[in-house]
Design a protein. Structure first.
Length: 318
């Protein structure tokens, strides 16, 4: 009785010869292949492979037709430049393809393989993370530069005693051309951890210059000359108006600081306009008899001159 009672259980739990174990979304594909005469030993792996390829292709098309246009709209709304959009699109494509591979493994019934791959990837990510801390730091800094936009390509920036024109911005480094025509490759973390000066970030820029006049010169007259020359220069803005303030009583001069504004600033405009303006003021000072003094030092004390004793040379003769 016991043998007869257990026989049906053994028959139900043991797969019959020629039967196939099908799981996941690949089972209908494997059944279709089997109905077309594909041997059962090939139907399952072929069904899983076809399912995997179809899922990855579907994700790829989804990324091209839905994700990428949506991402472009978001980036356009953020006002990002073309050079900033390109790497972000690449990252989005990688994420979509990686998601498609992960989902494809799952639907194809490669669960164990996917789990093993995820474990290996996690361990590799941990090891790579320790080995590439600086690279990751610069990568994150590059993302902040793209999102915060402290400067753009073509801007004149200054940082840590360096200055130049930004030529390229990538996720890891930025390239700056100095005014001596030297190319600096700067890790992005250096441009986000410190203070960056961007004189051309706005539509206008204020220039300052300290003029020194003698203590005997007329301060009001000198101030009028400095303001007049600023108003005469075609590239100096009238609003805000030029201004001059007495800011320093130095050892040898009285300091008058001039403040003027220029529009659409660039490094070339900055140097050109300031040079022309200072030259014009200097020429007016010379015409009006206003002196630009230079540092002087007065020495006091006694000076003793030792004169040779007469006949001293004769004492030394044999």
């Amino acid at each position: 009785m016991s043998i007869a009672g257990t026989a049906p259980v053994l028959q139900a739990g043991t797969p019959s010869p020629g039967s196939r174990e099908q799981s996941g979304a690949s089972a209908p594909v494997a059944d279709l292949l089997a109905s077309l005469g594909v041997p059962p030993t090939l139907a399952d792996p072929l069904g899983a492979a076809i399912t995997f390829v179809v899922v990855v292709a579907a994700f790829f098309l989804l990324g091209r037709t839905v994700v990428r246009p949506l991402l472009d709209r978001v980036l356009d709304a953020r006002g990002l430049d073309t050079h900033a959009k390109r790497p972000l699109r690449k990252i989005a494509n990688v994420v979509v393809v990686f998601a498609g591979i992960a989902v494809g493994f799952g639907l194809a019934g490669y669960g164990d393989f996917l789990q093993s791959l995820a474990t290996i990837a996690a361990a590799a990510t941990l090891a790579i993370g320790f080995a590439m801390q600086d690279v990751i730091k610069n990568f994150v800094a590059g993302i902040f530069i793209f999102t915060d936009k402290p400067f753009r390509i073509g801007d004149w920036i200054e940082w840590d005693g360096h200055s130049g024109i930004v030529e390229d911005i990538s996720f890891r480094v930025s390239r700056v051309r100095t005014f001596d025509n030297e190319l600096l490759t700067v890790p992005n973390s250096q441009l986000t951890d410190g203070v960056i000066k961007n004189p051309v970030a706005k539509d206008t820029l204020r220039l300052q210059f300290l003029f020194g006049i003698g203590y005997d010169d007329d301060i009001e007259h000198a101030t009028e000359i400095i303001v007049e020359e600023a108003e005469r220069h075609p590239d100096v803005l009238g609003d805000p108006a030029p201004s001059v303030r007495l800011t320093e009583l130095a050892d040898s001069y009285v300091g008058l600081k001039s403040r003027i504004w220029i529009a659409n600033p660039s490094r070339a405009d900055f140097v050109k306009i300031r040079g022309e303006y200072v030259t014009n003021v200097k020429e007016r000072f010379d015409e009006e008899g206003i002196e630009i003094p230079f540092p002087q030092r007065d020495l006091s004390g006694n000076v003793e001159l030792n004169t040779p004793v007469e006949g001293g040379a004769a004492l030394g003769d044999d």
